[in-house]
Design a binder for this molecule. Structure first.
Ligand code: ZN
Ligand code: ZN
Length: 240
């Protein structure tokens, strides 16, 4: 083999090799997956259960967190599934998507997200994104919940329905306590288009902490004829 042939061959092999090799979105190490197995352990915490009512990560053996057991959590959702604990690199990635105009980062987690929803929830009639206020949409250029909904829609062939409109430009929920969160969301949503009766809906959002936003949207959907609402979120809080 001449040195020229050898270098061409080497380049081809390395291209094939690097095509398979990815960089982990969370730790930047080389990985065969877009989120490396170590980061999946750290941030997705598969060993922890999720509260069925609000999606919070829980360490106990039950199906609900303490808040939901005591009756102060959301009541309108059949089940909420969440990918990971909203902290550190996972939180940073979600913030980069939203506040640094990097929605393409979500493409890297599309398989994990689809698998999570598919394995844990019944097939829906439609995916509904939690809307953001039109002013926020104009400022940001996109709604992250719509991107999450479109990932699920594209992978699973489920239609997206924009049933809900956000009529109140609310304060960020993360800056508020539980009571203020509920007051902040009061009257924040309206039905935008005619809701089909008896549908099963997956409600998509980026982050949930107390579940108050999901609850508000679930209640308005159910009041308008939806049969069952399930939540799908990227990040959630953890029970201390
Ligand atoms: Zn990693
Ligand atoms: Zn809960």
């Amino acid at each position: 083999m001449t040195s020229e042939t050898f270098s061409k061959w080497k380049s081809l092999v390395s291209q094939i090799w690097y095509e398979k090799e990815k960089i982990c979105l969370l730790c930047s190490r080389k990985s065969i997956e877009t989120i490396c197995p170590e980061c999946q352990e750290i941030y997705f915490q598969p060993q922890m259960r999720r509260c069925i009512s609000c999606g919070k990560l829980i360490a106990n053996q039950g199906t609900q967190c303490k808040d939901c057991l005591s009756g102060i959590g959301p009541k309108g959702l059949m089940k909420v599934v969440t990918l990971g604990y909203y902290e550190n690199a996972w939180r940073e990635l979600i913030c980069n998507v939203k506040f640094k105009s990097q929605p393409y980062l979500l493409l890297g987690i599309s398989d994990c997200l689809t698998e999570l929803a598919m394995k844990n929830l019944p097939p829906p009639d439609a995916v509904v994104p939690v809307p953001i206020h039109p002013h926020k949409l104009a400022e940001r250029g996109f709604n992250q919940a719509e991107i999450i909904a479109s990932i699920l829609s594209n992978h699973l062939g489920i239609p997206i329905k924009n049933y809900i409109l956000r009529t109140k430009n609310t304060l960020p929920q993360t800056s508020l306590g539980r009571k203020e969160r509920i007051e902040n969301l009061h009257g924040a949503f309206e039905i935008k288009e005619k809701v089909m009766k008896d549908e099963i809906i997956w409600l998509a959002d980026d982050v949930t902490t107390t579940g108050a936003t999901l609850e508000e949207c679930a209640q308005i959907l159910k009041t308008n004829g939806v049969k069952e609402v399930y939540g799908v979120c990227l990040g959630a809080g953890k029970e201390e």
